[in-house]
Design a protein around this ligand. Structure first.
Ligand code: DX5
Ligand code: ZN
Length: 218
């Protein structure tokens, strides 16, 4: 099975956002990964609704929105209105995760949960059956261009087992430090969706790089 590829717009040239999105439209990218950072959950601020709406204006592919914000429940409907197709909240940012997942689903978006590198996937045991996506962070969230954390392979396998055990339909997305070397190993561990920021946008030929990632196989 080929992975879904979700290039992270965070690494694109914001001064040329329209042409970056049009490049992604032409490429084999499956989703556009949109990183929202609030300067509180993570020590960085990215962009918000107006930029998302600008991306949506040109995007011909689903927008996969990764909320690295505290109290995400306050903004779910607004993210949906700004064009989100998949919305992931961090397990570490939600006191009432079950309620927030139902809230996302009620908007018609697919619901995901993102998990920091230090958080065990066993915490998802009682929510996994309700999820469309689990985003495993393979770097500490907050910045693009960081080094991939090797423990992610073991975590991906544990999550895959949990999904099978609980008869969940959730896809496994891996986010951070992905490149041509670790992509096949991640697929082998059970990954379905690969997010890639700097590897795609710092390449000479991003379209060819996306195609290479798409060809990754076990
Ligand atoms: C990190 C973000 C990632 C990031 C990935 O906080 O969630 O989506 O943009 O970028 P790379 O591929 O450069 O690690
Ligand atoms: Zn992300």
């Amino acid at each position: 099975m080929r992975p879904l590829i979700a290039p992270s717009v965070l690494a694109s040239d914001f001064a040329n956002l329209q042409s970056e999105v049009e490049m992604l439209n032409k490429s084999q990218a499956d989703w556009l990964h949109i990183d929202i950072m609030d300067g509180r959950f993570v020590p960085n601020i990215s962009f918000g609704f107006p930029v998302m709406q600008a991306i949506k204006k040109y995007a011909q592919k689903p927008m996969d929105v990764h909320l690295m914000i505290v109290e995400p429940e306050l903004y779910i409907e607004q993210f949906r209105a700004a064009g989100a197709d998949v919305i992931s909240v961090h397990v570490e940012a939600c006191n009432h995760l079950h309620r927030t997942i139902q809230q996302i689903k009620a908007t018609g978006a697919k619901a995901g949960v993102a998990v920091n590198p230090h958080t065990s996937v066993s915490l998802l045991e009682d929510i996994i059956a309700d999820l469309d996506l689990v985003c495993l962070m393979s770097v500490n969230p907050g910045f693009g261009g960081q080094k991939f954390i090797e423990n992610t392979y073991r975590k991906t396998e544990a999550l895959k087992n949990l999904i099978i055990q609980r008869n969940s339909q959730a896809l496994i997305e891996i986010d951070g430090g992905i490149n041509q070397q670790n992509a096949p190993l991640l697929l082998n561990s059970g990954a379905d969706v690969l997010v890639a920021g700097s590897f795609v946008f710092s390449a000479q030929d991003p379209i060819a790089t996306i195609a290479e990632l798409k060809k990754s196989s076990i």
